[in-house]
Design a protein around this ligand. Structure first.
Ligand code: SF4
Length: 724
């Protein structure tokens, strides 16, 4: 609990920017302000962060464990934690015994703290022996993870926020940074104001708040990014903008990547035609990129959420490898993560195709290292089901029990009506959530009350690999408990008492930090994720941990104690020695033959539906929907259309329209903002049955995924709009 007059320092629970927050609790009032000492935001907060205090209300909270009894009964009944956990442990164990470990699954979230994520991953991969644990981060940045691993050998983000300010050219691809990462955007705008020679290029089919700061906007046709960056690769090569020494000494695969680029996008004219952008704009972008050494290409959901998402990421990285613009100040490819702890989840192996501590599931030595470290009876030996596959497997009856934590897949997954069907059929559904009634808790056989922001305690990692503490400053409401505790209780009930005997998040973090060092120095290719400098922290050290970017060991491998790691004194420059984390320490060019979105528009569905965030809401609004101030910005679901498409569809500005795809439909208010190109539509992701009658955008989205990353194609579903 905060003492009057002394703010508690914590971290915003929304976007991957990861701003520091000061909280002062005075009686019933909670004052929230930006943490002036946090290196990310230096005291600033965006409107969502500033309204956090308004969301700390008791309305709608899940306060007690609930059980739907008898099985199939309509109502959830309050039970004790012991009863609820006994049922969960018994039912999961029964299904594992009868149908094997692949018949159970976990679907978790980038909203979890790293410590929660760590325990979930350990329980499933080491003690169930399955990798059927995936996360809603699959929906936002798994293409970036896959792209990093293909190019660098490890999932490493080689850029810091300072680099964005230091760059002479910032290319923002598929990112409405102004709305989705506002403080990061403000840092870019401020740097540009201070150094007018800095240029910003925005690549986005839509005109957005972000394009306001752009020197150049390329409104490319949805799904054509690979053509754009393949064309750039060809252009750079043709014009001699090549760091020959870097390519020869530190990379492999260039010839094939260039051949594919030349064959598919070998001229500016061909790229312009494919991308639907004026040739002069493409040429201007290419020339700008060619002549600017300090270039950052920052990308977000417009790149990742695609059936070609991983290739899009690699087509961007290819251009940075060709020019040697990586590992240097103000230069590099930069994945901006969506959620507050997507990165922390990646560190502890929260995806179905990863092990903890950036170790590989498909690497026998890594599996053995992790199993030895955990002293676990088994270890998952093959990748588990990725998010979309997971819910398909539930509907098909192959997965019979699922535990959903801190996420609302009935709203957020593609083909969300399929998710409803799957959960309705599922033999046993456990949901851990802070809210009692969500579209997903409606299907729970067991509902476990979780701690919310301000009540839970642990760490998160932002887009630039900075670990920050989330600290509790409020008492737990009702009987809500930490997620890591509920998971550990299941481990104990299964007889693994020692492995799950945690006394708090600090002990879990220490285990995570130790695992990052375990066997690491002995490997021919040591893992970059290394927290050796944070091993052995006392409870006081952990509590006081200042925001710090990993790795937290010197580049020379020497340990640094937390107090020696001032946030800005230590800024590791990834890949500055030209060494990557592949077997031969060389980066890989990846050949990226371009392909269009999986489902094309047609006569019945003539519009390409794009989905995304609005400025003042987060995910499915379970928190931001509680703030009147935030709701006032945009207070109902809408569909944005080009005015001519509105006319052709027979709908008008301000009227109601039905938006339909082959997968579902919803009703929304029509906007004709003028921000969209022809033959497209945009619907925000946030609204759900709690706030508008079944306006779940997930029900519209095609369940198409990238074949490498498994990330869904949220940015392109054929749709039509009709008067309602
Ligand atoms: Fe929170 Fe992101 Fe806003 Fe920062 S920019 S205050 S992390 S929502």
């Amino acid at each position: 609990m905060s003492e009057a007059g002394r703010p508690v320092k914590t971290t915003c629970p929304y976007c991957g920017t990861g701003c520091g927050v000061d909280v002062l609790v005075r009686g019933d009032a909670t004052e929230v302000s930006g943490d002036a000492t946090h290196p990310t935001n230096a005291g600033k907060l965006c409107v969502k962060g500033a309204a956090l205090g308004e969301t700390l209300v008791p309305e709608g909270r899940a306060l007690h464990p609930m059980l739907r009894e008898p099985a199939g009964g309509r109502e959830l009944q309050r039970v004790s934690w012991d009863t609820a956990l006994d049922v969960v442990a018994r039912e999961f164990r029964r299904i594992i015994r009868e149908d094997g470990p692949q018949a159970v699954a976990w679907y978790v979230s980038g909203q979890l703290l790293t410590e929660d994520y760590y325990v979930a991953n350990k329980l499933v991969k080491g003690f169930v022996g399955s990798a059927n644990i995936d996360t809603n981060s699959r929906l936002c940045m798994s293409s970036a993870v896959a792209g990093h691993k293909r190019a660098f050998g490890e999932d490493i983000v080689p850029v810091s926020y300072e680099d964005l300010e230091d760059a002479d050219l910032v290319v923002l691809v598929g990112s409405n940074t102004a709305w989705c990462h506002p403080i990061l955007y403000q840092r870019i705008v401020k740097a540009k104001a201070a150094r007018p020679q800095m240029k910003v290029v925005v690549v986005d089919p839509r005109r957005t708040a972000t394009t306001d700061a752009a020197d150049l906007h390329l409104p490319v046709r949805a799904g054509t990014d690979v053509w754009l960056f393949n064309g750039l690769l060809s252009f750079l090569y043709q014009h001699g903008v090549v760091d020959t020494h870097f390519v020869d000494a530190h990379t492999r695969g260039f010839d094939r990547a260039l051949a594919v680029a030349d064959n598919t996008a070998g001229s500016v004219r061909a790229v312009a035609r494919q991308c639907g952008v004026d040739e002069s704009l493409i040429a201007e972008f290419y020339r700008l990129f060619a002549r600017t050494a300090k270039t950052i290409t920052a990308f977000s959901m417009g790149v990742n959420q695609s059936s070609a998402g991983t290739d899009k990421v690699n087509s961007i990285i290819n251009c940075h490898l060709l020019t040697g613009r990586i590992g240097k100040p103000g230069a590099g490819p930069f994945s901006i993560t969506g959620q507050p702890n997507a990165m922390g989840g990646r560190e502890v192996g929260g995806l179905a195709n990863m092990l903890a501590a950036h170790m590989d599931l498909e690497n026998a030595r890594h599996r053995q290292l992790v199993q030895t470290f955990w002293d676990s009876p088994c270890i998952a030996e093959r990748p588990g089901l990725k998010a979309v596959e997971l819910f398909e497997a539930i509907e098909a009856g192959r997965v019979k029990a699922v535990w959903i934590m801190a996420t609302n897949p009935v709203v957020s997954l593609p083909d969300a009506d399929q998710v409803k069907r799957a959960l309705a059929k599922c033999e046993f559904v456990v949901v851990s959530d802070v809210m009692h009634k969500t579209d997903t808790t409606a299907y729970a056989h067991v509902l476990l009350p979780a701690l919310a922001w301000g009540e839970k305690d642990g760490t998160v990692t932002n887009s630039e690999r900075r670990i920050s503490r989330q600290r509790a400053f409020l008492p737990a409401p009702g009987e809500a408990r930490p997620d890591w505790w509920a998971l550990a209780e299941i481990g104990r009930r299964w007889g693994f008492t020692d492995a799950f005997a945690y006394d708090g998040p600090g002990q879990i973090f220490d285990e995570h930090a130790r695992l990052t060092t375990f066997g690491n120095a002995d490997d021919e290719v040591p893992r970059y994720l290394n927290l050796s400098g944070l091993v052995g922290m006392s409870a006081g050290d952990y509590d006081a941990l200042a925001p710090v970017r990993w790795p937290v060991s010197g580049q020379d491998g020497s340990d640094q104690r937390p107090d020696a790691v001032s946030a800005d004194a230590f800024m590791p420059r990834v890949f500055s020695d030209g060494r990557f984390y592949t077997a031969d320490r060389k980066a890989r060019f990846v050949a990226t033959p371009p392909r269009l979105p999986m489902h094309a528009r047609d006569e019945d569905f003539p519009l390409a539906l794009n989905t995304g965030r609005v400025r003042d809401h987060w995910h499915t609004m379970t928190r931001t929907g509680l703030s009147p101030r935030l709701a006032a910005h945009i207070d109902e679901p809408y569909v944005d259309l080009h005015p001519q498409d509105a006319l052709l569809s027979g709908v008008r500005e301000g009227g109601l329209a039905r938006v339909s795809t082959r997968w579902g439909s919803l009703v929304a208010r029509v906007r004709t903002s003028g921000e969209l190109p022809r033959r497209t539509a945009f619907v925000p992701i946030h609204w759900n049955a709690q706030y508008a009658s079944d306006a779940r955008v997930g029900s519209l989205v095609n369940p198409v995924v990238d074949p490498v990353s498994g990330e869904p194609e949220f940015k392109h579903t054929p749709a039509r709009v009709e008067d309602f």
